[in-house]
Design a protein around this ligand. Structure first.
Ligand SMILES: C[S@@+](CC[C@H](N)C(=O)[O-])C[C@H]1O[C@@H](n2cnc3c(N)ncnc32)[C@H](O)[C@@H]1O
Length: 224
């Protein structure tokens, strides 16, 4: 497959994987996805409104709704089928709504106390996304971004690469074949922690980085 941009990979990864996403993200990360999302929650302090970017099937959105039942939470995603699963699985949460929307084209007439996302950074242009988030954040609000990172340690890198080789092999017979093949390249080529930190600092945010699980993922938190 010719080299595709991260944006072009989105429909290939998420075109027909929505129905199996929740279980795949759980076993493929050895359950760490749950831990990483819980770490995101620890950064957020009782906001009135939350925007969950690239909410997917709504795993993080529902966690937010559970611990902040008084907050109004909007989940947006670019993939229709992921949003359908999110809507179906969130019917019992009156404080959640969903919208089909490209995060890079956010154009709401409302702002949020918190904007968060699990796994969006590597798919977007940091300059564009940070500008959009800043335009939609209330004064004093917080931005919390999480995504995969390429481990730094040599031995961990070897294990990480072997694991993705294995996933690629297993996934080649499933709708996940593009994701399992292209995700490691995307993560290796992404310098999202530095690029988003740089862009957020241009707007005067104090940015803190938390590396997680042998540097295989990270959370960036930004606040003025
Ligand atoms: C790996 S899933 C993560 C879903 C969810 N955040 C979670 O942690 O379970 C990535 C999601 O990003 C969405 N996505 C990618 N680029 C996007 C964009 N520019 N705007 C909105 N959603 C996007 C995809 O459609 C997909 O649902």
């Amino acid at each position: 497959m010719e080299e595709k941009s991260s944006k072009e990979l989105v429909p290939l990864f998420f075109g027909n994987t929505a129905n199996t996403y929740d279980s795949v993200v759980m076993w493929a990360t050895f359950g760490k996805d749950r831990y990483w999302k819980n770490e995101i929650l620890t950064k957020i302090e009782n906001p009135s409104s939350i925007l969950d970017l690239a909410c997917g099937t709504g795993i993080l959105t529902r966690k937010l709704a559970r611990i902040f039942p008084k907050s109004k939470i909007l989940g947006i995603d670019i993939s229709k089928n992921y949003l359908s699963v999110a809507e179906k699985n969130s019917l019992s949460f009156p404080n959640i709504s969903f919208l089909l929307c490209d995060a890079e084209n956010l154009d709401f007439d409302k702002k949020f106390d918190c904007i968060c996302s699990s796994y969006i950074p590597k798919y977007c242009d940091p300059k564009i996304l940070v500008k959009k988030m800043v335009l939609h954040l209330n004064t004093g609000g917080k931005i919390v971004l999480h995504d995969f990172t390429y481990p730094k340690n040599h031995l961990v890198r070897m294990l990480w690469n072997c694991y993705f080789e294995l996933l690629n092999l297993v996934g080649s017979f499933t709708p996940w074949k593009y994701a399992f093949k292209e995700l490691p390249k995307l993560v290796k080529n992404s310098n999202w922690t530095n690029s988003y930190k740089y862009e957020l600092e241009q707007y005067g945010f104090d940015v803190t980085l938390q590396n997680l699980t042998l540097n295989s993922s990270a959370i960036l938190t930004a606040q003025h």
